[in-house]
Write a protein that binds this ligand. Structure first.
Ligand code: NAD
Length: 300
């Protein structure tokens, strides 16, 4: 069984670390938040005082942090303190599951590779429920050797593990997928709002479109109109689900990546702007499907 250091024991990282313990691994963890540490300790994770201490003398380091700046600070030691890359012994497997910008992911990869580590970026989809159940979809970027070394651990926290290519490609897959989702949700919101204004019952529109050429995953699973798809957040006052704040973050990341790559993403840009408006109007904690309120002119 392996020695594992886990840094970032929040809503996602906490249950992921617990699943590694349940699989028989010895896990030590670090988080800057006392509540996250206390919860992790109750789940069988030994706490240490710094990120470097979590990375020292282990076989594997996992990170599950909010954004690129946290990941850079933890791995490279930016902003003071020893970084994980310097503290770990050469050959350590490093798995960053945070959703971050592609540029930061690639610069951390380069530093880890130079120090002789085996790094992958492995952002996830599946939310807290998937983290708890160990069924996350893991989108993985990194060299073949790093992927092979990380795979047995990814398979504990995830249900589906896909190698998306070289360094940063896990993040690329994640932002591209979520850009499709964000744009789709806005398209669905516009169509259902237009239909309703013209006197078409949303359930009838769903009946037709769900098996016609306008159908898509978001319409079938996250329909934004209450009463249309029973399991959708729209039927729980838009309690997430997948929060607007998360969609907002992912669309911003997609825009940063598009600018860097010189890719034209006009609908992605529009979706990012609409989610910024909606989040800034006090809706960040609502499910992302609540964007239909903005489209329909029903925001407070
Ligand atoms: P969270 O805020 O609950 O957890 C992040 C943790 O990192 C916090 O406990 C925080 O204290 C800790 N942290 C911050 N800076 C740190 C540092 N320098 N050293 C150590 N710990 C530090 O967030 P989360 O919901 O667990 O999300 C984590 C990542 O997973 C994010 O990148 C998010 O976009 C992604 N994600 C989240 C979900 C979801 O449904 N929550 C789904 C998919 C992906």
């Amino acid at each position: 069984m392996a020695d594992i250091g886990f840094i970032g024991l929040g809503n996602m990282g906490g249950p992921m670390a617990k699943n590694l313990v349940a699989a028989g691994h010895k896990v030590k963890g670090f988080d800057v938040g006392p509540l996250a540490v206390a919860t992790a300790e109750a789940g069988g994770i030994a706490s240490v005082d710094t990120a470097a201490a979590a990375a020292r003398d282990v076989d594997v380091v996992f990170t599950m942090l909010p954004a690129g700046r946290h990941v850079s600070a933890v791995y490279l030691g930016e902003g003071g303190g020893e970084g994980v890359v310097a503290a770990a012994r050469p050959g350590t497997v490093m798995i960053d599951s945070s959703t971050i910008d592609v540029a930061s992911a690639r610069s951390v990869h380069a530093a880890a590779a130079e120090a002789g580590h085996l790094m992958v970026d492995a952002p996830v989809s599946g939310g807290v429920a998937g983290a708890e159940a160990g069924t996350l979809t893991m989108m993985v970027g990194g060299a073949d050797a790093a992927f092979a070394a990380a795979k047995p651990y990814l398979e504990i926290v995830g249900g589906k593990v896909v190698h998306a290519g070289g360094a940063g490609n896990g993040q690329v897959a994640k932002v591209c997928n979520n850009m499709i989702l964000g744009i789709s949700m806005i398209a669905i919101s516009e169509a259902f709002t237009l239909g309703e204004k013209l006197g078409l019952d949303p359930k009838v529109l769903f009946d037709i479109s769900s098996t016609a050429s306008g159908s898509c995953w978001a319409m079938l699973n996250h329909n934004p109109v209450p009463g249309v798809v029973e399991t959708a957040a729209a039927n729980r006052d838009y309690k997430p689900g997948f929060a607007t704040s998360m969609m907002h973050k992912d669309l911003q990341l997609a825009q940063a990546a598009a600018q860097q790559a010189g890719a034209a993403t006009p609908l992605g840009a529009e979706a990012a702007a609409l989610y910024t408006l909606f989040a800034n109007a006090g809706n960040a904690d609502l499910d992302y499907s609540a964007i239909i309120k903005l489209i329909a002119g029903k925001t407070a």
